[in-house]
Design a binder for this molecule. Sequence first.
Ligand code: 0O2
Length: 209
Amino acid sequence: MNWDTFLAPYAQVVDELKVKLKGMRQQFEYEREQSPIEFVTGRVKPKTSIIEKARRKAINPEDMREELQDIAGVRVVCQFVDDIYSVVTMLKNRNDFNILEEKDYITEKKESGYRSYHIIIQYPVETIHGKKMVLAEIQIRTLAMNFWATNEHSLNYKYAGKIPKDIQARLKRAGEAAFLLDEEMSKIKHEIQEAQKIFNRKEDQKRKT
Ligand code: 0O2
């Protein structure tokens, strides 16, 4: 298989989605409204990870496009938990892709302690051979959930998926602490947003003078 040709439409989806989601954030800024989106990242799954995942899930190479949903992955990071659901609603109202599946790992966290909201979409990409429908995964999570997931991902890499039991237990406790942090911050969301508005106005004035 020619990997460059295989991955090209995925790279295009990631680039296009990043532009669109960052654009949503900018629109909130232009309209002087608090954006539910803090930042957006994206990546195409590396070849070795695709091969490893296909092997682990016993997927035939010719079925990879249909069976592997996260070759193209975009991550939306939010300040507060309810921002996640605002982003989900905004994504559902868009007409430029179809939503195939939603996974709410926030109300139902994973066994590892992982929390995040996943949306699997089917995204139309214009290629030189015509339109191609490409699967992509959008992960939406808070800064605290992202901090936890990034650390857990590093540990999984270090221990090749077999994190020692004592570290696993600590990670679970850290996951609960991160969620408690999210809940506490949600309770003072309006205070924080008021403060951020005042700060932004001051910064704006400084730039103009
Ligand atoms: P990477 O390196 O991020 O690309 P499966 O891999 O079978 O568990 P499935 O069915 O493909 O999962 O879908 P799921 O559960 O929605 O997970 C897809 C992606 O979500 C993962 O991709 C991770 O990015 C993230 N994720 C899911 N569970 C966990 C977790 O317990 N910890 C962390 N840190 N991330 C998680 P990949 O391919 O695993 O990895």
